[in-house]
Write a protein that binds this ligand. Structure first.
Ligand code: PLP
Length: 219
């Protein structure tokens, strides 16, 4: 736990950027400590772990789901989740919509793009995403709200590489906004930037940085 780092990060963020404190694998005491400092947005990547934390911790925490989400796990988080950053198929979005309807909610979701070189990362490419947006089934979903995009850069020391990947994500955002969400004020988020690359992400237009180890320590 590093409160000094937390405060330094908060102070350095432009007002247009919100901090998602990534608390995955960390105990409730650490989350409560940061909550006591005033932090309200936390990010987790495992549905059941998140459900347990939700039940134990203050109810005004805004929980963001940032990991790969399996359809059969949506039920653990659907009643309360504030945002799902990792939608990468129409099928998943339809399942989220179904559960959101059941709980009489509209769940804000981000479209995750694969922008890194690594094979293992999840996410749409541009063509797949456009195919979804041209499917009438997508526009029929009333209990999810598409709030923007998310992406993870390659794990590398090459700053130019990272920067160009974030520029690609920003470009996807701009094209989606202009082409499909021009009158939708809720389509506004660009979730990019982690402990090692959030400063570059902010320079390239991030609105949500997801920072874990700089605040909570190594996992
Ligand atoms: C773990 C994780 C983070 C935070 O990573 P740090 O390097 O610890 O800041 C951000 N985004 C996603 C999707 C993650 O899984």
């Amino acid at each position: 736990m590093n409160i000094e780092n937390y405060n330094a990060i908060l102070t350095s963020l432009p007002t247009s950027v919100l901090l998602v404190a990534v608390s995955k694998t960390k105990p409730n005491e650490d989350i409560q400590t940061l909550y006591n400092e005033g932090q309200r947005i936390f990010g987790e990547n495992k549905a059941q772990e998140l459900r347990t934390k939700y039940e134990m911790l203050p109810k005004d925490i805004e929980w963001h789901f940032i990991g790969h989400l399996q359809s059969n796990k949506i039920k653990y988080i659907a009643p309360f989740i504030a945002m799902i950053h990792s939608v990468d198929s129409l099928k998943l979005l339809q399942e989220i919509n179904k559960l959101a309807l059941k709980y009489d909610r509209v769940i804000p979701c981000l479209l995750q793009f694969h922008i890194a070189k690594e094979e293992s990362k999840f996410g749409f490419d541009w063509v797949e995403c456009e195919a979804m947006l041209q499917d009438p089934d997508f526009w029929a979903l009333k209990n999810v709200e598409i709030a923007g995009v998310m992406g993870m850069a390659t794990l590398t020391d090459d700053e130019n590489q990272i920067r160009s990947e974030f520029q690609l994500l920003k470009n996807h955002f701009d094209r989606l906004k202009a082409g499909y969400f021009p009158d939708n004020a809720n389509f506004k988020e660009i979730s990019m930037g982690m402990t090692d690359d959030y400063q570059i992400a902010i320079e390239e237009g991030s609105t949500l940085v997801r920072i874990g180890s700089a605040i909570f320590g190594e996992r």
